[in-house]
Write a protein that binds this ligand. Sequence first.
Ligand SMILES: [Fe+2]
Length: 145
Amino acid sequence: MNSYKATPEIEVLSSHFPIPGLGYLPINAFVLKAKEPVLIDTGIGIDSGEFMKALESIIDPKDIRWVWLTHDDSDHTGNIQDVLKAAPNARLVVNSLAAMRMSLGWEVPMQRCFFINPGESISVGDRKLTAVRPPIFDNPTTQGM
Ligand SMILES: [Fe+2]
């Protein structure tokens, strides 16, 4: 895990996974220090201890108000259960299909989910985040912001 400040308001939690013969899969999560702080994605599970330590070095998880999941691939959801446990004040911003697919593997707290589709927005206090469908993507639940 390597974390760094991309802008005064955006911290990056960066990792990578070696793929023999091909190179590396980059794995990034982000903390947006909005008035209502947002964690974007939760890394990959094999980084679990390091991911949580890096996250806690950036923000007290109890201050996180939103966890925005871009899609339900395992390199984005790897620490989601630990994050939701450590961030009891956060709601999970997620596409409903992603929530349903994840619920096949663990008990997704539906009452904490804020379901969002491309074109819809949330307010995080000092700005509005709008879900967008990127021009290309690798998962049917993908939404950026
Ligand atoms: Fe993906």
